[in-house]
Design a protein around this ligand. Structure first.
Ligand SMILES: [Zn+2]
Length: 284
């Protein structure tokens, strides 16, 4: 059985050399972000997990763009919660040195809502000392776009609302009971450099995660792994705590509900809402 002792956990934390954080949808739940993973992950009449694939993109770019337009609109008004801020503080030397003075930190998030980085940017801009921890959005970010042309390297942050005029209002049309609009290819977002189609720069099911080499290196050097809000980890994120465990590192799981998936490798398990538990247990 995993330990629930905060005192014992803090002892491990204070001696940690390399900390790996792996976070997922549960971290953003208190910010009001829908997960679209697992059962019930539906948008309109479609299974959301099928829309986020290369096959769906080739079949119907209008529909896939409408789905990501919807998600961008959903997320743009949302704010980081206390869980995001606690983990962001761990990336700032000022706070981390109070609980883990000798540690480096790499935070790998499966979330594409950008809230982990937003929290860190906020703390960073209000601090004299820059962050020295790293946040990796392994599945990309809803507000990044990338050109689909193989010979073009255009990639950018795009906060436009709506991202293009033709996508604006598409959700309302369907919500009003009308037939799903078809946005012509020419009216979808296009690359300012080469005029080819842009796609959301998110990792679709079956695609290789961003910076996977760096993530695996972080896992192999970690002596402490914090698993936050991810009861149903998607591969290869699900393998990261296993790697840390196999190397003799400790694994601490933070989740709303007891997490049977990680029971084999979890040394600590803290059950409760991420937004309040993370800060309380880390002590930042
Ligand atoms: Zn281009």
């Amino acid at each position: 059985m995993p330990s629930t002792s905060i005192e014992d956990f803090r002892g491990i934390l204070s001696n940690a050399r390399n900390i790996l954080v792996v976070s997922g949808a549960g971290l953003s739940a208190a910010s009001g972000i829908a997960t679209f993973r697992g059962q019930g992950g539906r948008w309109r009449k479609y299974d959301a997990s099928i829309l986020a694939t290369l096959a769906a993109w080739h079949e119907n770019q209008s529909r896939v763009w409408q789905f990501f337009h919807y998600r961008r609109e959903e997320v743009r008004s949302k704010r980081p919660n206390d869980g995001h801020y606690a983990l962001a503080r761990m990336c700032m030397p000022k706070w981390r040195r109070t609980v883990a003075p000798n540690a480096t930190i790499v935070h790998v998030t499966q979330n594409i809502d950008g809230l982990c980085l937003e929290a860190l940017d906020e703390l960073s801009s209000a601090s004299e000392e820059p962050p020295d921890g790293t946040i990796i959005e392994m599945h990309g970010n809803l507000f990044d776009v990338v050109c689909t042309a193989f010979d073009c390297d255009y990639r950018a942050k795009n906060m436009d609302y709506p991202i293009c005029p033709a996508l604006g209002g598409t959700e309302a049309i369907v919500a009003a009971g009308n037939v799903e609009p078809v946005v012509r290819r020419a009216d979808l977002p296009h690359c300012p450099k080469c005029q080819q189609l842009l796609r959301p720069d998110v990792v679709w099911f079956g695609e290789r995660p961003k910076q996977i080499q760096r993530i695996l290196e972080a896992a192999d050097s970690a002596d402490l792994c914090l698993v936050v809000g991810t009861s149903s980890l998607v591969q290869p994120a699900s393998k990261l705590p296993e790697r840390v465990h196999a190397n003799g590192g400790k694994v601490a799981v933070f989740n709303l509900e007891p997490n049977t998936n990680h029971s084999d490798e979890a040394d600590f398990e803290f059950v409760g809402p991420c937004e309040s538990e993370i800060a309380r247990i880390l002590g930042v």
